[in-house]
Design a protein around this ligand. Sequence first.
Ligand SMILES: NC(=O)c1ccc[n+]([C@@H]2O[C@H](COP(=O)([O-])OP(=O)(O)OC[C@H]3O[C@@H](n4cnc5c(N)ncnc54)[C@H](OP(=O)(O)O)[C@@H]3O)[C@@H](O)[C@H]2O)c1
Length: 345
Amino acid sequence: METRKLKIAIFGGSGYGGSELLRILLFHPNAEIVLVTANEHAGKAVGEAHKNLSGLTDLRFEKAPEDLSALENFDVAFFALPHGQALKLVPQMPDSVKVIDLSGDFRIGDAEIFRKFYKLERDVNDLQKQFVYGLTETNREAIKGANYIANPGCFATATLLALAPVVKGGLLTGKIIVDAKTGSSGSGAKAAANTHHPQRMNSFYAYKPFEHQHVPEIEQHLREVGTFKNDFVFMTHSLPVSRGIFASVYLETTNILTNKDLKNLYEHFYKDSFFVRIVEGSPDINWVKTTNFCDIAAHSNGKQIAVFAAIDNLVKGAAGQAVQNMNLMFGFDEKTSLIFAGSNP
Ligand SMILES: NC(=O)c1ccc[n+]([C@@H]2O[C@H](COP(=O)([O-])OP(=O)(O)OC[C@H]3O[C@@H](n4cnc5c(N)ncnc54)[C@H](OP(=O)(O)O)[C@@H]3O)[C@@H](O)[C@H]2O)c1
């Protein structure tokens, strides 16, 4: 285990994911943020762009260095940039620096599928093979030994945590249907018509039917968790809230399971996973907001099962899970700097 402070770079610190990395890492006992980059916000104080951090740090946003070999003394770099940016930058990073990418650039193994869903070319497929998928609860041992982490998408995190116990247990039969909803911060910090408050506050709508870019990473990781050959229907919706993912997952099992069987299954699967809480009734995005928790409830009607999962898209769905993975990569307790309660209400 490292005892010194890790030298950390954050690329894209002025966005929402970057903001949450700063909020968590500024108080991490083994972290020293040395470089935090921005694009349009370069030159500004961190507390100017992120008013919640005002008075808590003297860091300023810088432009990313032209020559990334200058970062050879860093321990770890987080990339919280729009899709396509890490694809260009990570290949230029010194080998000695561990990388945690919050974008989708390195999550998908198959370059053709990546092109289809992200509309981007990827010619660094050997590098992609070195990336470990960073869903902490299902991939802990691989993450501990990894130099490159592809941090999961927010929808993917909630959906996979809801499905993993059933898939690992070989209990699944038939089709899975996932009906998932996100808050507006899932679209990032830049204002857009679909995030403008007067439009967004009363709206509820579906988007990207059958085409959401998280579909392939969910299917790919379910095949790593257990035997998975099932049809998978995944629909995404926009909620009129700022933070939160709520996934409703409907499936059928090979055997009849009672509610008690399901509770035992989920509690056993997550017995060593502090950040997954099995709850009664329904989880609620209100109780996980700003935290690294994923709350899950599972209900049975014979062989028909409904599983509900709620996370904060920016914490367990992005920056919190990224720090959880960093903790494992450097031998720290995975909970370090991540134990904080949400707020009531
Ligand atoms: N939001 C979520 O809930 C969420 C969850 C999981 C994963 N992710 C992924 O995490 C990544 C960051 O998401 P986000 O929501 O934090 O995005 P965001 O709020 O839009 O922030 C993007 C960051 O990238 C910088 N940037 C934008 N264009 C750039 C360019 N051409 N070159 C260099 N830097 C550039 C921005 O700098 P300036 O602001 O200074 O221009 C900002 O710091 C994305 O890949 C996203 O898919 C997001």
